[in-house]
Design a protein around this ligand. Sequence first.
Ligand SMILES: Cc1cn([C@H]2C[C@H](O)[C@@H](COP(=O)(O)OP(=O)(O)OP(=O)(O)O)O2)c(=O)[nH]c1=O
Length: 189
Amino acid sequence: MSLVLASSSPRRRELLGRLGLVADRTAAPEIDEAPLPAERPRDYVLRIACAKATAVPRAPNEVILAGDTTIAVGRRILGKPADAADLRAMLTLLSGRRHHCLSAVAVIDAGGTLRHRLSDTIVAFRPLGGDEIDAYVASGEGEGKAGGYAIQGRAEAFVRFIHGSHSGVVGLPLMETRALLRTAGLPLA
Ligand SMILES: Cc1cn([C@H]2C[C@H](O)[C@@H](COP(=O)(O)OP(=O)(O)OP(=O)(O)O)O2)c(=O)[nH]c1=O
C-alpha cells in the first residue's frame, strides 16, 4: 500500500509528517474551486476536498489523501484572495469578529472507498488597524491562504482566541486525518 498526497500545499506535506508519514508521491489536483450558487460553506469545503481526492489518477494499491480549507463568515465563503485588494477586503471583514475555519479531509482507500471528515474551528480576531492590515498585505504572508491570513505566521498576533483545531486552520486537521488514514489501513499507532 502506498500513500499519495493529492496536494500542492507544503503545509499539508509538513503536517502529514507530524503523523510520522511521508507520502510516496504527491500530485497537484486540478479542479474548479468555484462555489456552486448558494452553496453552504460546509457543503462546499467537503465537496472540494472530495473532488481533489478523486481528481488524482489512482493505482489499485494507492491511498489518496486530499484536503481543503476555507473561511466562512456566516454563509459567505472566503477562499484564497485573488489580489492585494481582495486580501485587504478579507482582513477588513475578519477584523474584530469571529469566523469559522472549515478544513475538510478526504481519503480514498486502496479498495476505492472515499471517506471524508470536517474540522470546524472558530477563530476570533481582535480589531485590526488600517496600517496593520496594510503591513500584513505588504508582507505577502496572506497570499495563497484561505481568508487571506496564515495563523502559523505573524497573523497569530491577530487571534483573540481559537476554538478547535490549529492544524485544521493551517490546512490539515491531524485528528481527523489520522482517523481516516487508520481506517484506510495505514500503519499509525
Ligand atoms: C486560514 C489558513 C489557511 N492556510 C492555507 C492552507 C491551504 O494551503 C490554503 C487554502 O487553500 P486550499 O485550496 O485548501 O489548498 P491549496 O490550494 O493551498 O493546496 P491544494 O489544493 O493543492 O491542496 O490556505 C494556512 O496556511 N494558514 C491559515 O491560517
